[in-house]
Design a binder for this molecule. Structure first.
Ligand SMILES: Cc1cc2nc3c(=O)[nH]c(=O)nc-3n(C[C@H](O)[C@H](O)[C@H](O)COP(=O)(O)OP(=O)(O)OC[C@H]3O[C@@H](n4cnc5c(N)ncnc54)[C@H](O)[C@@H]3O)c2cc1C
Length: 391
């Protein structure tokens, strides 16, 4: 079977690339290992919740997915309050002050996945192979050749690895990856809250990790507690009531009593920076291409930007080039590397800065936070970056 592009992995990032190529005239094969999870009919909330920046919400809308999502399950963020670890230092961001409608949208992974999936099923230039398992990949000057375990063979000018952090495509292409473990887990859970959150997000840089509370629709929040392994294990072993009390106290009782509505889950955190995002006829996007600390909620946002950039490069290609032309793929790589690296430097640097017990550093970081709070220009620039207006 002949295609222009094979995308391996129909997670949020791979699926968003396929939707972004809807008017490209390219014939696309989308390979996904897992059958799509049906959206549950009950009211349960996914424990994978993402802060999506407004620029990426617009990108998903261009592909036709965002407006298909049940908007009653998405919460806009109007304010963000960040505290240092000295109980005084504080940094506030407000959409109103910045002259924008919202700083981010908080949405469930499952909801977005379902929206993208529904768009793809109607998209005439995409052929879905799902569930399907990859068996072998070969690449030569002419094409990339993918064999599936069920015996089918696919050929395309370009193969895209959108297959997550343990990327099979990356390994097959021989792109070396040396991730660095943070020794931390992202502990996630959803809660009902006593007091209204007023669409505010909260973050505490604590001695034992970084805790974020994100607003969900109604009187609910989702949390990500980036906790060192020992604390993560302790938290995960707590009975529900005790877990609620710990999260409530760590968040300084800001929203009153908490009641757990989805069981906690823990995801190991790591940093992955690749020398190469492309090889002739091979490109990586999303978590296959980079892993960042979730403290800034930017992992999938970076992935959507990869998808957008790769789609742009493919759609603007000169007629003499095919989709897997190395010079074309290098344009994608060059356009993305700086953005990825700067996000990694910021998140990694903050993570190190706030997880260091040195009293001098403690004073410095908290002073820095308070200073930023009073520097309107810097604050505004940080907001523009967070909402995706500055690349
Ligand atoms: C605790 C935590 C909180 C986070 N919070 C945020 C946030 O608020 N905002 C944000 O932007 N990011 C956040 N992130 C990051 C985000 O989770 C990831 O960046 C994002 O899920 C990556 O999406 P992806 O599509 O690249 O990869 P994945 O979601 O891993 O999708 C990969 C897909 O490929 C499929 N696949 C894998 N191998 C194969 C194969 N061999 N053949 C076929 N299919 C295959 C998988 O089944 C899957 O569907 C967070 C991460 C963590 C751990």
């Amino acid at each position: 079977m002949d295609f222009d592009v094979i995308i391996v992995g129909a997670g949020l990032v791979g699926a968003s690339l396929a939707t972004a190529l809807k008017d490209s005239g390219l014939h696309i094969a989308l390979i996904e290992g897992r059958a799509p999870a049906a959206l549950s009919q009950d009211e349960s909330w996914d424990n994978r919740i993402y802060a999506i920046n407004p620029a990426n919400a617009r990108f998903l809308e261009q592909g036709g997915a965002w407006s298909r999502l049940d908007q009653s399950r998405i919460a806009p963020v109007h304010e963000m309050h960040i505290w240092g670890d000295d109980a005084v230092a504080r940094l506030d961001f407000s959409a109103y002050e910045a002259g924008v409608e919202e700083l981010a949208f908080i949405a469930e992974s499952r909801l977005m996945q379902d929206g993208l999936w529904r768009v793809l099923q109607e998209q005439s230039n995409v052929e879905l192979f799902c569930p399907a398992a990859c068996a072998a990949l070969e690449v030569d000057n002419e094409a990339a050749y993918l064999s599936l375990q069920d015996g089918r063979s696919l050929r395309a000018k370009l193969i895209v690895g959108a297959d997550g952090r343990e990327s099979w495509v990356r390994a097959q292409a021989g792109i070396e990856a040396s991730p660095r473990a943070y020794g931390q887990d992202g502990v996630v859970a959803n809660f009902e809250i006593e007091k209204p959150h007023r669409n505010a997000a909260y973050q505490w840089f604590r001695e034992d990790g970084i805790l974020a509370w994100l607003p969900l629709p109604g009187k609910r929040i989702s949390i990500v507690w980036s906790a060192f392994d020992a604390l993560s294990q302790e938290l995960m072993a707590l009975p529900p009531d005790e877990f609620c009390r710990r999260v409530q106290a760590a968040g300084r009782n800001t929203l009153g009593a908490l009641r757990l509505i989805t069981p906690p889950a823990a995801f190991s955190l790591r940093l992955l920076n690749l020398e190469q995002l492309v090889r002739p006829r091979v490109a990586l996007i999303g978590d296959a291409a980079h892993n960042v600390h979730p403290l800034a909620g930017q992992g999938v946002n970076l992935g959507f930007q990869d998808a957008q950039q790769l789609a742009r490069v493919l759609m603007q290609k000169e007629s003499q080039r095919d989709c897997g032309d190395y010079l074309l793929l290098r344009r994608y790589e060059r356009a993305r590397k700086e953005d990825i690296l700067s996000m990694q430097l910021v998140t990694d640097g903050l993570q190190k800065l706030f997880n260091n017990p040195d009293p001098l550093l403690r004073t410095l970081r908290n002073t820095g936070l308070s200073l930023t709070h009073h520097l309107g220009g810097l604050k505004n620039r940080l907001i523009r970056h967070a909402i995706g207006e500055l690349g």
